[in-house]
Write a new protein. Structure first.
Length: 193
């Protein structure tokens, strides 16, 4: 019995020791913390300091995101493609590449990348939504409607999805459906404020 008590006390002591351990020094966790705190320059410096062979696709995606925040889409594109070199199934890299193309006025190239993002993550609502926006730019309202419906299916509480779907229905001449989705958009907006 005494031995069991000693074992339990030892286990408790180990648990207490971990509570007072030093803060996490893993660069990957530090980067995420810095990025979340919007300390982009510090996050960038830390990411660049990680040896190439140790960088993960997520590191490259964060580098790309930081570069986009600094208005350097060409350099960001290089980072997203580097993420794909590490993992061809990196749906976030395809999504971000799609965003660069969409912002640059290349909706067809954006759609191709959003489709690849969805191929590797079927329930990725932002890719469906942005694909719908790209189809709206192309005035292909039927495909926009389909993509936006998929966005809503995967993320039913995002007001923007309903607003753009209402726009697609209106462009298709379906006023009743457009009104329904616009009303739903307004309900979400009212409930969130």
């Amino acid at each position: 019995m005494r031995r069991i008590i000693l074992i339990i006390l030892s286990i408790c002591a180990l648990g207490i020791q971990n509570v007072f351990a030093e803060p996490e020094t893993d660069p990957a966790l530090q980067v995420n913390t810095l990025y979340a705190a919007n300390k982009l320059d510090d996050a960038y410096k830390l990411l660049v300091s990680i040896p190439e062979e140790e960088k993960t696709p997520q590191h490259y995606i964060l580098l790309g995101n930081i570069l986009m925040d600094k208005n350097s889409p060409d350099e960001a594109m290089f980072m997203y493609k580097s993420a794909l070199d590490k993992d061809i199934k990196s749906y976030k890299a395809y999504y971000n590449i799609g965003n660069i193309h969409l912002n640059a006025g290349r909706p067809n190239m954006a759609i191709d990348n959003y489709k690849l993002a969805i191929k590797y993550k079927r329930d990725f609502a932002p890719a469906y939504y942005n694909m719908g926006c790209a189809y709206l730019k192309l005035q292909d309202y039927k495909k926009a409607k389909s993509a936006l419906n998929n966005a809503i299916y995967n993320s039913p509480n995002n007001a923007d999805y309903y607003y753009n779907l209402a726009y697609a229905y209106k462009a298709l001449g379906k006023e009743k459906d457009a009104k329904y989705y616009l009303d739903y958009y307004n309900k979400i907006i009212q409930n969130n404020y």
